[in-house]
Design a protein around this ligand. Structure first.
Ligand code: BG6
Length: 504
């Protein structure tokens, strides 16, 4: 049985239109997939929403020997194929003169000289005022050359100057605690932390941002948000896709580095953090950091008990994958947060590729009722504890499962669901994560970006698991079928606590 929540006509508060300051966005790796699929469509949609100032330009930098027209054509193709709003030829006329391209080797000083000239020219033509947002959409081994090239060409101004220079760094931020520290050290040689924007696109998702709003703009849930009322929490990021064309990257990354260390820990810390003093970047990020610091450290003797890894059948024959690959494409784990609020409450994390369903969600499973008052003694077994689910994607929304009297002359109790869907409540598709994150970076708001200390703390937490996995290669890979919910051992992990995964 399912009761549907009627969403009342919402009276939306008047909102201020957010417009980026004048600036040039410079994308390194502009001939790559990320630019075409995500960055260009995101910038385009910001212009559709009139969030870009007229004094704006975008410069692509890459090795490919394209000229201006070829670059414009490529970007147009990206918008036509991937934009969430339809391509508008009239609006594209605004874009044409605001796009430019610099072809060159990232190791050559000449590339940065030409880039500096190009930017000066765009400043003069479009009034971009010397403000620059650099986007490093390249593998981490290219970061050093680019940052040094920018610095040596005088393209990075110190914070507090009349103009701004900011840099967005794409994940992965390293592949271990050591490499993450090295990378952060390298970035810090050129940039102040206030100029560094480490992007985790999960934080740009509307539903992930709503975790904070749901918790701290409503008074009724927060009192329940602790060990006294919550039995356990499940965080699932299941994908139906496999590794596709990213085999080479994925082989050295695997699910632990690709999803758990960043996306899942970001979501976990938003769900578990204390209320920050204000909504400002450092207050929010400070509270999230405390959660990461309170994560119970895995040890070599706890990992086999608390972590299950999997690899889907067929992974080893995908392009660029080793025939004997030991890379996990699935992970499930039991995690504890050793602080006052969450002591003893297990957080079960799960992520995987080629799973039964695409679903990312967090569910809070509340304590069972202490005493059955209605129906027969048997019925007691059927009263399900309340479950509150924050549905990150798809079918973005929030669900509350609770028990209700089933109409009739007895006291039969049955489960019902209150279901809030974003599309019904607010209409239309929410903006893409990259739109919000690019806009925030242009405005200098780092709330939704990862801070250095958090990145290093999350690596420090996961490192013992990575070490264990490296020292104990899995003998049973591949161990789950495509289209399933992962290996049987993942079920055993949660069943051993007399609980079960929420596979909906
Ligand atoms: C990326 C991972 O960070 O996130 C991918 O590298 C994964 O492997 C993707 O598919 C999932 O993001 P989304 O937004 O599609 O859920």
């Amino acid at each position: 049985m399912s009761a549907k929540l009627e969403v009342p006509a919402v009276v939306m508060p008047k909102r201020e239109r957010i417009v980026a300051p004048p600036c040039a966005v410079v994308v390194f790796g502009a001939s790559g997939d990320l630019t075409r699929r995500k960055l260009m469509p995101a910038l385009y949609n910001l212009s559709v929403g009139t969030h870009l100032d007229d004094r704006f330009s975008m410069v692509g930098v890459a090795r490919r020997p394209w000229g201006h027209d070829a670059f414009v054509e490529q970007m147009q193709g990206g918008v036509q194929e991937f934009s969430r709003t339809p391509f508008d030829a009239k609006l594209w006329e605004w874009w044409g003169p605001r796009l430019d391209y610099v072809s060159g080797d990232f190791n050559s000083p000449d590339t940065y000289k030409r880039l500096a000239l190009c930017l000066a020219d765009l400043d003069a033509k479009h009034g971009t005022s010397g403000n620059r947002l650099f986007y490093l959409a390249v593998p981490p081994d290219e970061f050093a050359a680019i940052l040094q090239g920018l610095r040596d060409a005088g393209l990075i101004v110190a914070p507090g100057a009349a103009t701004f220079s900011r840099v967005i760094v794409e994940k992965p931020f390293g592949s271990s605690l050591e490499t993450a520290k090295q990378l952060n050290g390298l970035v810090a040689e050129v940039l102040d932390e206030s100029q560094t924007f480490r992007i985790d696109h999960y934080l740009g998702k509307e539903t992930v941002q709503n975790i904070m709003v749901f918790r701290f703009a409503n008074s009724m849930f927060e009192p329940l948000w602790n060990r006294k009322y919550v039995d356990h929490v499940q965080i699932t990021a299941a994908e139906t896709v496999g590794v596709g064309t990213r085999g080479k990257f994925y082989e050295s990354t695997g699910v632990l580095r690709d999803i758990v260390q960043n996306h899942l820990l970001e979501v976990l810390s938003l769900c578990a953090m204390e209320p920050p003093n204000t909504g400002h970047a450092d207050d929010v990020r400070g509270e999230k950091l405390k959660v990461l610091k309170a994560l119970r450290q895995p040890w070599s003797d706890t990992v086999p008990n608390d972590v299950v890894l999997g690899q889907y059948n067929g992974y080893r024959t995908e392009p660029d994958i080793a025939p004997q690959s030991n890379t996990p494409t699935f992970a499930a784990m039991r995690v504890f947060i050793d602080n006052w609020r969450w002591q003893g409450v297990p957080f079960y994390l799960r992520a995987g590729k080629r799973m039964a369903k695409r679903v990312t969600e967090v569910s809070f499973h509340m304590q069972p009722i202490p005493l059955q008052l209605f129906g027969s003694a048997d019925l007691c077994e059927h009263v399900e504890p309340n479950v509150l689910t924050l549905r990150i994607q798809p079918e973005e929304g929030i669900q509350l499962e609770f028990s209700s009297k089933v109409p009739g002359h007895d006291f039969t109790v049955g489960p019902v669901v209150m279901d809030m869907k974003y599309t019904e409540a607010f209409g239309g598709e929410p903006p893409e994560a990259y739109e919000r994150l690019l806009l925030d970076a242009m405005r200098g708001d780092a709330t939704l970006f990862s801070r250095r200390d958090a990145v290093e703390t999350s690596w420090a937490w996961i490192q013992p698991i990575l070490d264990y996995v490296e020292q104990h290669p899995q003998k049973d890979f591949p161990n789950y079928e495509q289209g399933s919910w992962g290996p049987a051992a993942a079920d055993s992990l949660i069943h051993s606590d007399r609980r079960q995964w929420r596979n909906r």
